[in-house]
Design a protein around this ligand. Structure first.
Ligand SMILES: Nc1ncnc2c1ncn2[C@@H]1O[C@H](COP(=O)(O)OP(=O)(O)OP(=O)(O)O)[C@@H](O)[C@H]1O
Ligand SMILES: [Mg+2]
Length: 109
């Protein structure tokens, strides 16, 4: 858990660890890799293959169902898991056919 006063740098450190921001001094090592010296291209690969990020204001495609949203993300993965299995693991199997704004299940897909 990252705890700190407002303005302490919580968002900043998470953005750096997520490969979405860079630093002006110091260094950041992750799994022995110095991510703080990664260029844009290496950071893109790092974001795509090495790290996962769940945003508080989730970035789902509104006109795709839950299943389609997962399928979309799986397309840029090297070795994606089965999409339906992933939804099941997240407890969303019954809502695979739902759009992000839909509260209730609309049945099987
Ligand atoms: N280590 C640091 N060195 C220099 N500036 C920093 C550092 N950490 C954070 N800042 C700057 O301080 C400001 C606030 O940081 P940040 O938004 O990360 O704080 P926060 O802990 O997420 O605050 P909040 O609780 O309000 O969300 C930003 O402008 C950021 O650039
Ligand atoms: Mg913050």
């Amino acid at each position: 858990m990252v705890v700190g006063a407002s303005g302490a740098g919580k968002t900043t450190i998470l953005n750096i660890l997520g490969g979405m921001d860079s630093l002006t001094s110091g260094e950041v090592l992750l799994d022995g890799e110095k991510i703080s010296i990664f260029n844009k291209k290496k950071l893109t690969a790092y974001r795509r293959f090495d790290i996962g990020f769940v945003f508080q204001f989730y970035n789902l495609v509104q006109n795709l169902t839950a299943l389609e949203n997962v399928e979309l993300a799986a397309q840029i993965c090297k070795d994606p898991l089965d999409t339906m299995t992933v939804l099941e693991m997240a407890g969303l199997k019954d809502r695979a056919g739902n759009f992000p704004s839909q509260r209730d299940s609309i049945g099987a897909v």
